[in-house]
Design a protein around this ligand. Structure first.
Ligand SMILES: Cc1ncc(COP(=O)(O)O)c(C=O)c1O
Length: 494
């Protein structure tokens, strides 16, 4: 792998061209049309390179990273499943590509129709009578649901209900959402089996409880077996049950959260229905709610009457707009394409295979690492690395870095917080048996290396363009401009 790719400017040779622009087909501006002080004094320093140089440069840059298209990527909870390329072709269709959010509804009927049908499909899968496609991500969907619940409570004499109960295994966005909504996050401990502790829940619920946020399957990859009882405890106390649906991909077509008694839920389209995300694209976090909460959903809402689709803003109880225009349309339509191609039966098979793969991998990994909640899991499982020998400091991190050398993107590390030195592993349904066996072999190799030559772990990764970064600093002070030591031409920027 070429480590120091350098800038295109360094390859520049006067006269080389990757692209030739067509001749100007509009009259040139008359002299003096642009004030002299705004005119450049010299041409911009753009690289002059051939098409081959250009293609190779960007292809090499693209290979410096890990992605679902290049590597196994078992990132628990974040669900990096393979994104079928037909989704991309679909959203490049002119009906989608040329649409503009300010266009008249009459001109974008096919697009609005697809949004409408996606909403109905999500209603069928989740069991909720009403779905809004508006929120832009999972965390945004959580926030939308809590705002909807808070609006209902204010309308029904519950404004003093300010506590939100959250299991200690929850994703960090749950307490952050409660805080952003002006509510207090109250932690509920898990029991010895990794599930919500019902006695502790009963003790925590009270007249100040607005809602509980429960993730199901939870972040240990375990199904909350007492979800119906949990809903009853909340409802008996006059509170709502919100479900973090980020792990919906585990139960798609097999169970509908509204049937458990859940009042509101967000769905992470980008994780559940194969949409590039993380560095690769925007997310989308539609929400489903019960009929009592439906009038409070954000606007606009896509409605259909007599075969005509409309964006409806006139909903007096709505919490209003939560984002511009009408949702992450590109993500919604990729999900629509995925749903249409797979159909109801295919969607069921998605969750079946996700669960089957996770259980197979749990068995294989369990031969090497300790799996603390070692029973049938859903789409992911958690293993701990604290028993690896010779790694006194942060073994989960050291082993994750070594996985990079072996060509595998590490699983989610150090989450959920209730498991010490853990990896959260989610193979997803798109991986083959051989791929998972390859991962288990890598884990076996790492365990052997920890015993025999631990420096291979503590110095990893060695084969990548960057080795050990100060990760906190990298996030806080990202270096967004590249300079080589010998570079004399400095492009704009720091
Ligand atoms: C359990 C859980 N909840 C919420 C979220 C937040 O979703 P997003 O990253 O789309 O905001 C995630 C993200 O991975 C998650 O795993």
């Amino acid at each position: 792998m070429i480590i120091d790719e350098g800038l295109l400017l360094a390859r520049s040779k006067p006269g080389l061209r990757a692209v030739r622009l067509p001749a100007l087909d509009v009259p040139p501006l008359p002299a003096g049309a642009i004030p002299g002080k705004l005119l450049r004094r010299e041409p911009p320093k753009l690289p002059e390179v051939s098409e081959v140089d250009l293609a190779r440069h960007y292809t090499r840059l693209s290979q410096k990273n890990f992605s679902v298209d290049t590597h196994f990527y078992p990132l628990g909870s974040c669900t990096m499943k393979y994104n079928p390329k037909i989704n991309e072709e679909f959203v490049r269709d002119p009906v989608v590509r040329r649409a503009h959010p300010f266009q008249d509804e009459s001109q974008i009927q096919p697009l609005l129709g697809m949004l409408h049908r996606t909403g109905r499909w999500l209603e069928n899968l989740s069991g909720f009578p009403a779905v809004s496609l508006q929120p832009s991500a999972g965390a945004h969907g959580e926030l939308t649901c809590l705002m909807v619940i808070r609006a209902w409570l204010r309308d029904h004499g519950g404004a003093d209900r300010t506590d939100v109960l959250i299991p200690d295994s929850a994703h960090g966005t749950n307490p952050a959402t409660a805080a952003l909504c002006g509510l207090n996050a109250v932690e509920v401990p898990s029991d010895a089996r990794g599930l919500v502790d019902l006695d502790r829940l009963r003790a925590a619920v009270g007249p100040k409880t607005a809602a509980m946020m429960v993730t199901n399957p939870n972040t240990l990859g375990l199904f909350e077996e007492h979800i119906v009882e949990i809903a009853k405890i909340l409802h008996d106390a006059g509170a709502f049950l919100f479900m973090d649906g980020a792990n919906f991909n585990a139960i798609l077509g097999r169970a509908r959260p509204h049937d458990f008694g859940v009042d509101a839920m967000h769905m992470n389209l980008h994780k559940t229905f194969a949409v590039p995300h993380g560095g690769g694209g925007p997310g989308c976090g539609p929400v489903g709610v019960s009929s009592a909460l439906a009038p409070y959903l954000p606007v606009p809402h896509v409605e259909e009457e007599g075969g005509i689709y409309r964006l409806v803003y006139d909903r007096p109880k709505s919490i209003g707009k939560v984002r511009g225009f009408f949702g992450s349309v590109g993500a919604i339509l990729r999900s629509y394409c995925y749903l249409r191609i797979l159909g109801d039966e295919g969607i069921r098979r998605v969750s079946d295979h996700a669960v089957l793969n996770a259980n197979y991998l749990r068995k294989l990994v369990g031969e090497v690492l300790h799996v603390p909640y070692d029973r049938a899991c859903m789409h992911e499982f958690v293993a701990t690395l604290d028993r690896l020998p010779n790694l006194p400091e942060r073994p989960a991190m050291q082993a994750a870095k070594r996985l990079l050398d072996l060509g595998i993107h590490p699983p989610t590390t150090y989450f959920p917080l209730i498991v010490h030195e853990c990896w959260m592993i989610e193979p997803t349904e798109t991986e083959s048996k051989e791929q998972m066996e390859g991962f288990a072999d890598a884990v076996r190799q790492i365990a052997r290396e920890a015993a025999e030559s631990p420096e291979l772990l503590t110095s990893a990764p060695r084969n990548l363009p960057v080795t050990r970064l100060d990760e906190v600093r990298a996030a806080r002070e990202p270096k967004l401009t590249w300079f080589s030591a010998s570079q004399t031409v400095r492009p704009g920027g720091r």
